[in-house]
Design a protein around this ligand. Structure first.
Ligand code: TYD
Length: 210
């Protein structure tokens, strides 16, 4: 059944909101239903993505933070045309952990939202954006329990600002017709997974169409 469904799904949310876990669970569920699935993330594994990670960790010799709006946009072009578009053309369900809404949320803290939007305006709009909404303190405690070196965006005051900008970014994209489903990411993992499955099921062909 259903192997040639082409869908583009993006998962979004604060650091610690569970997008990586839910991407993997969504991919596994879809594969189990017989679909071909491609998973990826942003910053991507490509050369621009690596520059971005170095910059976020403020590694000596890495690009200045002021370059991030352009680097994320360049990385997105690379990710989209090298990776996602070929997958979609082959009739695959492409799931990305973060996409343009992340730029609207994070880079709008540095330059106006309209400018970030313009930098991303030519990129494909996903068929579904799954926004994991999460309280800042819950996000921070989850990040803390991972025990990884914290990146610059992962400090509380910064995270609270990101949360505000995320809500604004989602309203901005919603007003421009982006298909956004908001999830309560403070719920247990399994409940969030079920909510995601319900949203994605609505986009899958019914067995009579497949
Ligand atoms: P993250 O998803 O945390 O990657 P990893 O788990 O590999 O470290 O992304 C790293 C940071 O990049 C995160 O704080 C969000 C930020 N980011 C932006 O600022 N703009 C963007 O467009 C994207 C995709 C991510």
């Amino acid at each position: 059944m259903g192997s040639s469904v082409s869908l583009f799904i993006a998962l979004e949310g604060l650091d610690g909101s569970g997008t990586t876990t839910q991407s993997a669970r969504l991919a596994a569920w879809l594969r189990n239903l017989g679909h071909t699935v491609h998973t990826s993330c942003e910053p991507s594994e490509g050369p621009v993505g690596q520059l971005i990670r170095a910059s976020l960790r403020q590694k000596p010799g890495s690009p200045d933070r002021s370059t991030l709006p352009w680097l994320f946009s360049a990385d997105r072009a690379d990710h989209l045309y090298r990776d996602i578009e070929p997958a979609l053309a082959a009739g695959t369900i492409a799931i990305t952990d973060r996409y343009a809404p992340s730029s609207l949320a994070y880079q709008s803290m540095e330059i106006p939202m309209d400018q970030v939007y313009v930098l991303n305006a030519t990129f494909r709009v996903p068929d579904l954006v799954l926004f994991h909404e999460l309280d800042v303190d819950v996000a921070l405690s989850r990040i803390g329990s991972r025990g990884e070196a914290r990146e610059i965006f992962e400090h509380r005051s910064q995270l609270a600002r990101v949360a505000k900008h995320y809500r604004e970014a989602m309203a901005y994209l919603d007003a421009r017709g982006w298909p956004i489903t908001t999830l309560d990411a403070s719920l247990p993992i399994e409940d969030v997974t079920l909510a995601i499955q319900a949203a994605v099921t609505a986009l899958l062909p019914t067995s009579s169409e497949a």
